[in-house]
Ligand binder design. Structure first.
Ligand code: SF4
Length: 336
């Protein structure tokens, strides 16, 4: 099977070059073409010899796939649909704001986690994306040059496909890659402890934990992952790390009417996060026929936010974006 050069790290390319008898510096040249010049064909790598290019064409390719569809929201958000793995599709969402432009990328086709409020989760799991498939979502959109941030909050659970996620973030941050600061990247998780531990040890990117309910039994009813990896164990692990420096820890909390938006939930959330250097992002739930939940009233959300802020937790309300094109959180389905 041919190797996708997109997504290969410098050490992986050095190994490939050694195996082919190419000089060691060829790996660095490949990185320049792939990540600095972002060419989409091996033939465009003009400082490689014709023999090297011919051999690379035999054993490898550059997995650049253009999106097959782009839906544009009235607020400027764009949702891109990419073809991947035998007939499946994934989505990435471009979110322009005044002072930044963020791409929300997918890391799996579907998801195994089965969160009850999430359209992706209801579709089941169809496979992992490679690092190349993840990076292609950035590289193959016309807005690439505008991007200031990337969030791994699209389809899939990053800690369940961690090798590919770490390789992609390495390409984004390494000096042989794009050279971005890890502060421009946020990786989300529902809290898969083994993956999370490895991520915390090996990456400097920001972390966002999907919390959604501080009451264990209630969280379990929304998020099956609570059974294998209870929130208190996730928090115990997070407390072992220092969050006072550059790396930021945030908790995502989607507001569901009558489910997790009572003052008692706010109180329990404050108790749970006490002493942890973090912030909470409240998210307005976007109702969909496929999820049995309703969105909280704006006044309820405001009181919840005020309670957290009054009790020392920085709490923001994330603006709703791309709702009219089903690009909002939990609505990505990869439907053609
Ligand atoms: Fe998977 Fe995230 Fe959806 Fe949960 S919310 S099912 S982890 S994609």
């Amino acid at each position: 099977m041919k190797i996708n050069l997109l997504g290969q790290t410098l050490p992986q390319l050095q190994e490939l070059c050694a195996g082919e008898g190419f000089p060691r510096f060829t790996a660095k040249q490949l990185c320049d073409w792939l990540y600095k010049k972002r060419v989409d064909s091996i033939d465009a790598m003009t400082n490689l010899s014709l023999t090297q290019r011919a051999r690379l064409n035999e054993i490898a390719f550059i997995g650049r796939e253009h999106p097959v569809r782009c839906q544009v929201s009235k607020d400027g958000t764009k949702k891109y649909l990419f073809p991947v793995l035998d007939g499946h599709f994934i989505e990435a969402v471009f979110i322009p704001e005044e002072d930044r432009a963020t791409l929300c990328v997918s890391c799996q086709v579907g998801c195994k986690m089965g969160c009850r409020f999430c359209v992706t989760g209801q579709q089941g799991f169809h496979g992992n994306l490679s690092a190349g498939d993840i990076l292609n979502q950035l590289f193959s959109i016309p807005e690439f040059e505008q991007l200031t941030n990337v969030v791994f909050m699209g389809m899939g659970e990053p800690m369940d496909n961690l090798d590919a996620v770490l390789a992609a973030t390495q390409v984004l941050t390494a000096d042989w890659g794009l050279g971005w600061s890890p502060k421009r990247i946020t990786v989300s998780t529902v809290g898969i402890i083994p993956g999370l531990k490895r991520f915390l040890d090996e990456s400097q990117c920001h972390l966002a934990v999907s919390l959604h309910n501080p009451v264990p039994q209630e969280r379990l009813a929304m998020m099956p992952v609570q059974k294998a990896f209870p929130l208190n164990q996730v928090l115990a692990l997070l407390r072992e790390y220092d969050w006072s420096g550059q790396r930021r820890l945030s908790f995502e909390y989607t507001m569901f009417r009558g489910e997790n938006d009572d003052p008692i939930h706010a109180q329990k959330l404050v108790e749970l996060l006490k002493g942890l250097d973090c912030r909470v992002n409240l998210i307005r739930f976007h109702e969909s026929p496929e999820a049995p939940f309703k969105t909280s009233m704006p006044t309820t959300i405001k009181s919840f936010q005020d309670y957290l802020n009054r009790h020392g937790i920085i709490c923001t309300l994330r603006a709703s974006r791309g709702q009219d094109i089903d690009a909002a959180c939990g609505l990505l389905a990869g439907k053609e």
